[in-house]
Design a protein around this ligand. Structure first.
Ligand SMILES: NC(=O)c1ccc[n+]([C@@H]2O[C@H](COP(=O)([O-])OP(=O)(O)OC[C@H]3O[C@@H](n4cnc5c(N)ncnc54)[C@H](OP(=O)(O)O)[C@@H]3O)[C@@H](O)[C@H]2O)c1
Length: 420
């Protein structure tokens, strides 16, 4: 089977290398050899370890070649990658991609275009963890109750360093960039968008639901302070950026945000750049998957497993549905329910606490725990921390708006959800 690799960067280079290094076991498992024939790049002068594979900068010409059996898209980006893949599928040639951003926006069109052509995207979510096949094939007998994942290694590395090493967000981010764990522009990772893209892909498989990033609740870890870390430690929590999909009746809740997670939960113990996903099915119960979420080799491992499936003639429906199911709708952001944590600075005066609890009760919120701290004896301000019982997102947001406009709150109010 002759393969073209569109994009020979971190992942593409690893794919070319492993196809050569592990050729004999791959051939035995695939039933035929899988050969990287040509790679497409922008700059032919960059040094690359591609085991003798021919390189070209002419993407259009490579897309029209008749001697290529399968195309692997590893360029990244949305529009250019979509146009290239669309052309390949129109020519009825199989495609493998690791491009989660592309799938977050175009998976429905791609599912239609690839109805009778194999389309592999195992590498698009959680790198080396085979979660797409697990959800689509291994758990296909189940109604999926929930998916809860740590899907972004950069954010998890930062949160782990903040929790364990007492390092501030800005300083850990700088170190993560130096170590190559974080991009120069980290917004995509620390802002929760990368995890959201992956969650949308998983939720399409679990629920056949067709949401886009802008439809769902996405918050990042940028505003977590050392005060929040100290609170989490005192109350036996870890803080994790979680991607959550949960079925509630005929509706599905989708959200990405940092959350306080009890320390003894399995997902709370996932540290550093590692990813983990917990999937609960109505028949199987709770299952858990752990592994490297990124990196050239781990991601290439997933890409090549798709290539082996194609060589074997395996062609499951892209999102796992041969026929439509009764549609599920998305829970509107305001109707998502959880317990909340609030941190705010207030004027340190008699009666302030009573005023806050009154506003809380007017907005269907009730405090489960409360803590007050004053760093400096002479300060006229105090930091308050609240944990609430389960409430609606819209009530928590309204509560914050009213507090912000009050004359006793100083500065921003920080809110985080609690996931038990
Ligand atoms: N890196 C990971 O750990 C990881 C994990 C999971 C998924 N992914 C996904 O895998 C894909 C590739 O990621 P990567 O980290 O390997 O990216 P990368 O290192 O930036 O490599 C991209 C490659 O594509 C080439 N390229 C980009 N635009 C091109 C164009 N218009 N025409 C021709 N060649 C083009 C680049 O050429 P030049 O080298 O000449 O610039 C480069 O070789 C992305 O969709 C990413 O989201 C990556």
């Amino acid at each position: 089977m002759r393969v073209a690799i569109l994009g020979v960067g971190t992942v593409g280079e690893a794919v070319a290398r492993i196809l050569v290094r592990n050729a004999s076991i791959i051939t035995a498992r695939a039933g035929k050899s899988i050969e990287p024939v040509v790679g497409v790049v922008r700059d032919l002068n960059k040094p690359r370890d591609v085991a003798g594979m021919h390189l070209s900068t002419d993407l259009s010409a490579v897309l029209e070649r008749d001697d290529i059996d399968v195309y692997v898209e590893l360029m990244g980006g949305v529009d250019g990658a979509y146009a290239a893949i669309k052309r390949v599928l129109e020519r009825k040639k199989p495609v493998v991609t690791a491009n989660k951003a592309l799938l977050a926006y175009h998976r429905d069109e791609l599912a239609r275009l690839s109805a009778d052509v194999p389309f592999g995207y195992e590498a698009s979510v959680a790198g080396g963890i085979p979660i797409i096949k697990t959800l689509r094939d291994g758990l296909s007998a189940n109604h999926i109750i929930s998916i809860k994942g740590i899907l972004n290694g950069t954010s998890n590395y930062i949160m782990t360093s903040m929790m364990k090493g007492g390092v501030k967000f800005k300083d850990v981010l700088k170190r993560a960039q130096e170590l190559g764990y974080a991009e120069a522009d980290p917004t995509f990772d620390v802002g929760g968008f990368d995890a959201a893209h992956k969650l949308l892909i998983l939720s399409s498989i679990a629920y056949d639901i067709h949401a886009r990033p802008e439809d769902i609740l996405i918050e990042g870890i940028e505003n977590i302070s050392s005060d929040d870390i100290a609170f989490a430690k005192e109350f036996e929590y870890e803080i994790k950026l979680l991607a959550i999909a949960r079925r509630i009746g005929e509706r599905v809740e989708l959200r990405v945000h940092p959350a306080l997670v009890p320390k003894d939960k399995m997902i709370a113990k996932v540290n550093g750049v590692m990813n983990a996903i917990s999937v609960a099915g109505d028949a199987v119960g709770e299952t858990m998957y752990y592994g490297a979420g990124a990196g050239g080799n781990a991601t290439a491992s997933a890409v090549i497993s798709d290539l082996i499936d194609i060589a074997r003639g395996i062609n499951p429906p892209m999102l796992g549905y041969k026929a439509p199911i009764a549609p599920l709708s998305l829970v509107p952001k305001g109707e998502i329910q959880s317990k909340f944590y609030f941190r705010l600075n207030v004027e340190d005066a008699v009666g302030v606490l009573a005023k806050i609890t009154k506003i809380m009760s007017e907005h269907a919120l009730s405090a489960d725990a409360f803590l007050q701290r004053r760093d400096d004896e002479n300060s006229l301000e105090a930091t308050l921390f609240f944990i609430t019982h389960t409430a609606f997102e819209k009530d928590a947001v309204k509560f914050m708006q009213i507090l912000k406009s009050s004359d006793f709150v100083r500065g921003e109010i920080f809110m985080m959800r609690i996931e038990e």
